[in-house]
Write a protein that binds this ligand. Structure first.
Ligand code: HEC
Ligand code: HEC
Length: 226
C-alpha cells in the first residue's frame, strides 16, 4: 500500500492503483504533480485540484501529515467558486451539495506521502528571495489593511464565514504554508502561477511583511479559538 501510494503520487501508474482498489490514492488523477502550471485559461478551468508540483516550497510538512488524514475544506466554494455558487435569498450562497470531500489517508500513508511531496521543490529560487522580518502587527491594524486598504477580503475568509469566497481561507494560512511562500505569493502570485486568479497588487515590501505577520497572528487566534 505504501509503495503503491507513493508511486501513484508521482503519477507513474494509475492502473496499478485501480487494481488495488485504492483509487483515492491516485493523487495525480486530480492534482498536477509534475508541472508546469496550466498555460491557457482553458487548462486553468479544467483543473480539478490545486497544483502540487511545488508542494515542497509551499506547505508545512506537519500540516500535510495531519490534513491528509483529516482533510477539511480550504476553498470554501470549491476549486472554482463559480461552479458551486447558487443565488439564494440572501444573495450568493455556496451550493454545498455539489462539493465533494477529499480522500483521507491513514497515518502511515499520510506520513510517507507528505515526505514525498516535500521533495517537490522547483521554486527554491523564489523562496530564497524572501526574508521574514521580525515584527508584530495588531489584529486591528492588520484587518484594516487586509480589508480596507489592500482589498484582500473580497476573496478570502479571515474567519469561518467571514470574508470572500473565491480564494483559499486565510485564517489557517500560516498553519498550512511556509512563511517565505506567503511572502513570495503575496508579492507576485503570477511568479508561481502565471494564470493565478489573484491579482498582483504591487504591494510594498513593508506591506508584504505586514500581511504575512497578520496571517501569522490570525492563524494563532484561530487555533486558540478552538
Ligand atoms: C478526486 C480528486 C482528488 C484526489 C484523488 C486527490 N485530491 Fe487533493 N485536492 C482535491 C481538491 C478539489 C482540493 C482542494 C480542496 C479545498 O481547497 O478545499 C485538494 C487539495 C489538496 C491539498 C491542499 C492543496 C492546497 O493548495 O490547498 C493537498 C496537499 C492535497 N489535496 C493532496 C492530495 C494527495 C497527496 C492526494 C493523493 C493521496 C490527493 N490530494 C488526491 C482533489 C483531489
Ligand atoms: C480577486 C481575488 C483575490 C484577491 C483580491 C486576493 N486574493 Fe489572495 N488568492 C486568491 C486566489 C484565487 C488564491 C489561490 C491561488 C490561485 O488560485 O492562484 C489566492 C491565494 C493567496 C495566498 C496563498 C494561499 C494558499 O492557500 O495557497 C495568500 C497568502 C493570499 N492569497 C493572500 C492575499 C492577500 C494578502 C491579498 C491582498 C493583498 C489577496 N490575497 C488578495 C484570490 C485573491
Amino acid at each position: 500500500m505504501k509503495r503503491i501510494l507513493v508511486v501513484a503520487l508521482l503519477g507513474f501508474s494509475a492502473a496499478a492503483v485501480a487494481e488495488e482498489g485504492v483509487l483515492q490514492g491516485d493523487c495525480a488523477a486530480c492534482h498536477n504533480i509534475k508541472g508546469p502550471t496550466a498555460q491557457t485559461l482553458k487548462a486553468v478551468f479544467e483543473k480539478k485540484a490545486p497544483d502540487l508540483f511545488y508542494a515542497g516550497n509551499k506547505f508545512r510538512q506537519e500540516w500535510l501529515v495531519s490534513w491528509l488524514q483529516k482533510p477539511t475544506r480550504i476553498r470554501p466554494a470549491g476549486m472554482f467558486h463559480g461552479d458551486h455558487i447558487k443565488v439564494g435569498v440572501k444573495g450568493d450562497e455556496i451550493d454545498t451539495s455539489t462539493l465533494t470531500t477529499h480522500p483521507a489517508l491513514s497515518k502511515a500513508d499520510a506520513t510517507s506521502v507528505a515526505a514525498e511531496l516535500m521533495k517537490l521543490k522547483p521554486h527554491d529560487d523564489l523562496i530564497a528571495k524572501e526574508k521574514v522580518e521580525p515584527g508584530t502587527i495588531s489584529m486591528q491594524m492588520g484587518e484594516m489593511a487586509f480589508d480596507k486598504f489592500l482589498g484582500c477580503m473580497a476573496c478570502h475568509l479571515i474567519e469561518p464565514e467571514y470574508g470572500g469566497l473565491s480564494g483559499p481561507e486565510l485564517y489557517t494560512a500560516a498553519k498550512r504554508l511556509q512563511p517565505q511562500y506567503m511572502l513570495s505569493f503575496i508579492r507576485s502570485p503570477q511568479a508561481w502561477d502565471p494564470k493565478s486568479m489573484m491579482p498582483n497588487k504591487n504591494l510594498s515590501d513593508a506591506n508584504i511583511q505586514k500581511m504575512a505577520r497578520y496571517l501569522e497572528s490570525l492563524s494563532k487566534e484561530a487555533a486558540n479559538a478552538k
